[in-house]
Write a protein that binds this ligand. Structure first.
Ligand code: F6R
Length: 608
């Protein structure tokens, strides 16, 4: 999603803004821009389509002066990703950058056009600059104009403003989309997240929904929607965040895949007493005996972790799980039974649909538990019970380590549910806990298949289409494998429940379609192998992902067999995910796509 930065400092703002924008590149974007105000109050703007290097070149040939400025990376929603639609948008004396969507923008554009404003872009964001400029022209001060402007907006926004003629002033506002203010040696800064601000600031303040802020070099005044001054706590920038570097890896994604043993161990250590092989009593402050159902809601990869977890809750705790993608959940006619726990899963903690679903459950009086990777995120702050994944900052747009940490967390929570509900006795719980403790080691072993996967990726990379199949917990993993391949390498890929193939998708199968079969040696193995035989009989090129026992029992249908370490079946989903991540990664490298920032994608999806 769009990235926002702003600074009031002593040095030229443009290089600092570009640096901070680079740290936001991971969010995904397709154009970028800057506006600065010099000491005399003159404002200048540079924008360009495409990557930040285009903007950098532009600024090299047409330098920007001034210590105050705002910058933006745009992920297009309204209008093509071209220069005219890039931010900042200017309606003198106002320049604005915006993350989010203004839902009533058509009505606003019509109103502005009638009042004589000339809009030069197709965006919803430009309306904000004009609304603000009209209020200032009418004699309102910046604070009053800002409150009036946001009062006219419907939708989600994080906003930063600079003002021609006011070299020492920035303003900001937030509703729905996150925004932080930082303090450092270079001045006062605004940023979409702590990652943008980390190298420049040691302390940051997160604005609350509805807040507006007026920034000068010496002070930051924050007001709530009604204009009442409010204090928001300053928090230290987490050290981890400043360490968000690629290290020796070519891509963040490769680093994050290889970090998995460590971050899974860290996450498990939060929930389990590893030495005693028991649950930590205070880590999951939920008594599942109080609930008869769980509703689990998330988007994308996080949703697939829920698909796997549904098996765990149902098998270990006999707890029915109502699972849905958040964009559907929020518009369903919900019953919100009192004995249902509402659970959400999100890496960023900012995904608009998941957040809206969480708020719907909150409004209905449900108890809310959220599995979240960013502890300072909106969901982390709005949940009743925060269940952290300790994956550390995930920079690659495609989720990898956050997913396996979500699985590890959900596995621990499901064991706790089984214990609470008396469906899992101490001995069986211990067996599951011991299996989970093995996960980091087995995931590390799984990474050893990388050289073989590099070769297999050459089979997959030229394909126009690929199928991924699995059963039981491996079904969710097959869907995740297909999502990873399509988002990274732009190969059309579908994940199916293995048993569903003959109900339609098998019509797609011929010798040009690789079929990736995820089949650990478990109770459903023989069923999945039968489905594999069916597609093999139609000429498909089979890539079988299994373990040693599975490889022995699978017959000859597979062209390639990836033998993963033998693992207790409870943690198969964690182990089986690794080769699928690596396959997508190497197929993307072979196809020459942008691994860390695939086209059209955004890291933190803060719009509906
Ligand atoms: C895919 C991916 C997305 C996210 C989804 C939810 O690789 O990363 O599908 O999983 O956008 O994001 P979070 O987990 O931040 O709510």
């Amino acid at each position: 999603m769009c990235g926002i930065v702003g600074i009031i400092g002593q040095r030229d703002a443009a290089p600092l803004l570009l640096d901070a924008l680079k740290r936001l590149e991971y969010r995904g974007y397709d154009s970028a821009g800057l506006a600065t105000v010099d000491a005399q109050g003159a404002m200048s703007r540079r924008r360009s389509a495409g990557k930040l290097r285009n903007l950098e070149r532009r600024v090299e040939t047409e330098p920007l002066v001034g210590g105050t400025g705002i910058g933006h990376t745009r992920w297009a929603t309204h209008g093509a990703p071209n220069e005219a639609n890039a931010h900042p948008h200017v309606a003198a004396p106002v320049a604005v950058v915006h993350n989010g969507i203004i839902e009533n923008f058509r009505a606003l554009r019509d109103r502005l056009a009638k009042s004589g404003a000339t809009l030069t872009s197709e965006t919803d964001s430009e309306t904000i600059a004009h609304l603000m400029a009209q209020r200032l022209a009418a004699g309102e001060d910046v604070k009053t104009a800002l409150l009036g402007t946001i009062g006219a907006l419907e939708g989600a926004y994080a906003l930063a403003f600079a003002f021609e003629g006011q070299p020492q002033l920035l303003a900001a506002a937030r509703s729905g989309s996150p925004l932080a203010i930082g303090f450092g040696d270079d001045g006062v800064m605004i940023g979409s997240d702590a990652i943008a601000l980390a190298p420049f600031c040691d302390k940051i303040i997160y604005l609350d929904d509805g807040d507006v802020a007026i920034l000068t070099p010496t002070r930051v005044d924050i007001f709530d929607q009604s204009g009442t001054p409010v204090e928001r706590p300053a928090v230290a920038v987490p050290v981890q965040i400043s360490l968000a570097e690629k290290g020796n890896y070519r891509h963040f994604m490769a680093k994050e895949i290889h970090e998995q043993p460590e971050v899974i161990a860290r996450t498990i250590g939060h929930y389990l007493d590893i030495g005693a092989a028991t649950m930590r009593s205070d880590a999951v402050p939920i008594d599942f005996a109080d609930y008869r159902r769980v509703s689990l809601t998330a988007c994308g990869t996080a949703y697939y972790s829920g698909l796997v977890a549904r098996h765990w809750f149902e098998h270990l705790a006999r707890l029915p799980v109502d699972l849905d993608v958040a964009s559907e959940f929020r518009y369903r006619a919900q019953n919100f039974p009192r004995d249902e726990l509402s659970m959400f899963v999100s890496q960023s903690g900012e995904t608009a649909d998941t957040l809206a679903s969480l708020r719907a459950c909150r409004a209905a009086g449900q108890t809310i538990a959220t599995i979240v990777n960013v502890p300072t995120s909106t969901m982390a702050r709005e949940t009743d019970i925060m269940l952290p994944t300790l994956a550390g900052p995930e920079i690659g747009v495609a989720s990898t380590k956050a997913f396996t940490c979500q699985l590890a967390t959900l596995a621990a929570v499901a064991i706790k549910a089984g214990l609470d509900r008396g469906t899992l006795d101490e001995a069986s719980a211990r067996e599951k806990i011991e299996a989970l403790i093995e996960a980091p080691r087995l995931v590390a072993d799984a990474l050893h298949v990388e050289p073989q996967i590099e070769r297999i990726a050459k089979i997959v990379a030229p394909a126009r289409s690929a199928l991924f199949i699995g059963r039981g917990p491996a079904y969710g993993i097959a869907l995740e494998g297909a999502l990873k391949l399509k988002e990274l390498s732009y190969i059309h890929a579908e994940g199916y429940a293995a048993g569903e193939l003959k109900h339609g998708p098998i019509a797609l199968v011929d010798d040009s379609v690789p079929v990736v079969v995820v089949a650990p040696y478990d109770d459903l193995f023989a069923k999945t192998v039968s489905n594999m035989e069916e597609v093999a009989a139609r000429g498909a090129r089979i890539i079988l992902i299994t373990d040693a026992r599975g490889a022995d029992a699978a017959g000859e249908a597979a062209e390639e067999t990836l033998v993963m370490p033998d693992a207790p079946s409870f943690i198969h989903p964690l182990v089986m995910t690794v080769p699928l991540q690596l396959l997508a990664y190497h197929a993307a490298i072979t196809n020459g796509t942008d691994v860390d920032q695939p086209r059209n994608l955004a890291k933190s999806v803060t719009v509906e």
